[in-house]
Write a protein that binds this ligand. Structure first.
Ligand code: SF4
Ligand code: FES
Length: 220
C-alpha cells in the first residue's frame, strides 16, 4: 500500500516559490514521519531538506507539522487510514529550506530569559523540591509548542513564547535560582496567555509537559 504525501518545498536562499511536491511512499507498519521523509530523500528526491539527530525523541531537532499539527517526526507513527497527508515545517518559524526552520528568532528570545541557573543559592534540594521542577526539566526545546497555535501566535509569542515560559517555570521551581523570574514573566507578557491557550499548548507537547500549569504558576 502506498500513501500520498504532500511535502512543503521552499528555498529561502533562492527566493524560490513555495510549492508542495507529491510523493507516493510505500507504507510499512510502525513507519514514522521521519521514515517517510528519509524514504523520499533516499529514493525519490535527494534535494529534500530536513533535520534530525537522535531518532529517539531526545534531541528536539525533528519537529514538523503533520496534517497541520506539530509533532516530533522521529516519534510519530503514520496513520495508514489517511491516504493523502501533508508534511510542512513548524508553523510560526521562518523557513530556511523545505522542512528546516530558522531557530534564530526563538534563540534570541531564549537568551533574554537567561536559560540557566543565575545568582545561585547554595541550598540542599529535597526530593519533593526536585520533583516540582522535574516536569519542566523534561523540555527538549523542540519548538512544537511555539508551532502549536498558528492562529494566535505572532502577537502573543513575540515577547514570551511557550518554550521560554516553560524554562522560566523550570527555574521558578528550583530553589537554587536567585533571579526574580516571575517578574520577568510578568514583564514579558505572561498575562496574555489564557487558560484555554495553555490547555491547547499542553496537548501539543510531545514530552507531556503541562504548559497550562507553567502559565498558572507564573501568573500567581
Ligand atoms: S515545552 Fe514541550 S513542546 Fe515546548 S519546546 Fe519543550 S518539549 Fe517542546
Ligand atoms: S531526531 Fe531527535 S527528537 Fe527526533
Amino acid at each position: 500500500m502506498k500513501i500520498r504525501f504532500l511535502i512543503y518545498r521552499f528555498n529561502s536562499q533562492k527566493k524560490g516559490k513555495l510549492k508542495y511536491n507529491l510523493y507516493n511512499v510505500p507504507y510499512k507498519k510502525g513507519m514514522t514521519v521521519l521514515d517517510v521523509v528519509a524514504f523520499v530523500y533516499k529514493n525519490l528526491d535527494p534535494t529534500l531538506a530536513f533535520r534530525y539527530e537522535c531518532r529517539q525523541g531526545i534531541c528536539g531537532t525533528c519537529g514538523v507539522m503533520l496534517n497541520k499539527k506539530p509533532v516530533l517526526s522521529c516519534s510519530t507513527q503514520v496513520d495508514s487510514s489517511i491516504k493523502t497527508q501533508m508534511i510542512e515545517p513548524l508553523a510560526n518559524f521562518p523557513v530556511e529550506k523545505d522542512l528546516i526552520v530558522n531557530l534564530e528568532p526563538v534563540l534570541k528570545r531564549y537568551q533574554k530569559i537567561k536559560p540557566y541557573l543565575d545568582r545561585i543559592h547554595k541550598v540542599i534540594i529535597t526530593k519533593k523540591k526536585s520533583n516540582e521542577s522535574k516536569v519542566f526539566r523534561k523540555c527538549i526545546e523542540c519548538g512544537c509548542c511555539i508551532a502549536g497555535s498558528p492562529d494566535l501566535s505572532k502577537k502573543i509569542f513575540s515577547d514570551l513564547d511557550p518554550m521560554s515560559l516553560v524554562k522560566i517555570a523550570r527555574y521558578v521551581t528550583d530553589p537554587r535560582d536567585g533571579l526574580d523570574r516571575k517578574s520577568m514573566a510578568k514583564k514579558s507578557g505572561i498575562s496574555r496567555y489564557t487558560e484555554e491557550l495553555g490547555k491547547k499548548l499542553t496537548l501539543v507537547c510531545p514530552r507531556g509537559i503541562p504548559i497550562d500549569e507553567a502559565i498558572a504558576l507564573l501568573k500567581k
